[in-house]
Design a protein around this ligand. Sequence first.
Ligand code: RFL
Ligand code: PHB
Length: 393
Amino acid sequence: MDHTTVAIVGGGPAGLLLSRLLHRAGTDCTVLERRDRAYVERRQRAGILEQSTVDALREAGAAERLDAEGLVHDGVELRWSGRSHRIDFPALTGGRRVWVYAQTEVVKDLIALHQAAGTAPRFEAEVHAVEGIDTGRPIVRYTHQGRERALSCDYVVGCDGSHGVALKAVPVGARRTYERVYPYSWLGITADVPPSCEELVYAHSPHGFALHSMRSPRVSRLYLQVPNGTDPEAWTDERIWDELDARFTLDGWTLDRGPITAKAVLPMRSSVTEPMRFGRLLLAGDAAHIVPPTGAKGLNLAVSDVVVLARALTHRQRTGGTELLDAYSGTCLRRVWRAEHFSYTMTTTLHTDPGQSAFDTRLQIAQLDRVADSPHAAAELALNYAGIPVFST
Ligand code: RFL
Ligand code: PHB
């Protein structure tokens, strides 16, 4: 049976970055990814990297293209009730900012570096069981090219996303999942048209939430709140643009339209599984927690988890000490719950709940007015959005 020090289940951003950090620190590891490379590189997801994510990618030597092509943003705009307010990140956070750089590009960059270093994931390797996590020598069982395989290791890390198998190795009585499902989804589109704004626009409107984001100076990415169960094909391009127009409406501003090249509906969920460590199994990224995308935190949390974990595993490898691994779950969960709270607050302040009363709407507007009128409220939003340093909580 093959052996590796750290077996990593899942080659999304969490697994790929963890393996990059471990290899650079001299710790041997193997990533098992059930999809092929092309599929993993194409998956359209997050678009905003906070300051500490960029710092982590730079430290991993994985930011060359990000630094050349990423769009640095110093703020976002909020729109509601005919008002508009800009949140100035550097001014409110002591110099922190965010980058617009798609998750697909982060993934492509990490895979290219792994290929060059001879440390690429084992693609099309589907893990179906993780055994012995309460022993000193766990075993990961997987299928590769139609053959059953096994990999023994010192530690297993579940980076296998929200429907992963790693978590299932933890006895039900030893874990607890806290969850909230929202009564609305996002219809996300990509369009071949230059963005109509320089920075992201988050809009609260009587028609529901809308977000204007971007992928490049020529490609726009936009989202609008739709009912759960919506079929994206039921929305024609014209209907999407009309609805976006209505939600972003602001005197003197126009939304430019262009060909829509991708269209998908994503559900909104908050979830945290505790603890993030059980014996020799550690969970990271979406395998442990999900946030609704309104705060742009999902990918950033995955990165902060693996930064903490790489340090703990490297410390174990170098000194034999397990104190950082013992602290892993508690260290991460403080940041995770803070991000959960922020994502929940952004989501519930900006979306229209199907059962929402006029009173509820007035409260949302009062909250948005407060952010515009109080530097303290604006600073709280800016610090959460631009992200606090990984080792500060
Ligand atoms: P990922 O990216 O889901 O990667 C998990 C990887 O594990 C593999 N895998 C397995 N491999 C082997 N054996 C098995 N049994 C396996 N089971 C799963 C999968 O193929 C996959 O490659 O998790 P990771 O690395 O933790 O990264 C987290 C981020 O991807 C995620 O937080 C964000 O993308 C969340 N998210 C968004 N966040 C934002 O901030 N803004 C967004 O607009 C946004 N859009 C999204 C999203 C997540 C989505 N999902 C997961 C449904 C849109 C979608 C559709
Ligand atoms: C995106 O560009 O995909 C994006 C940006 C900000 C969010 C969510 C998604 O809050």
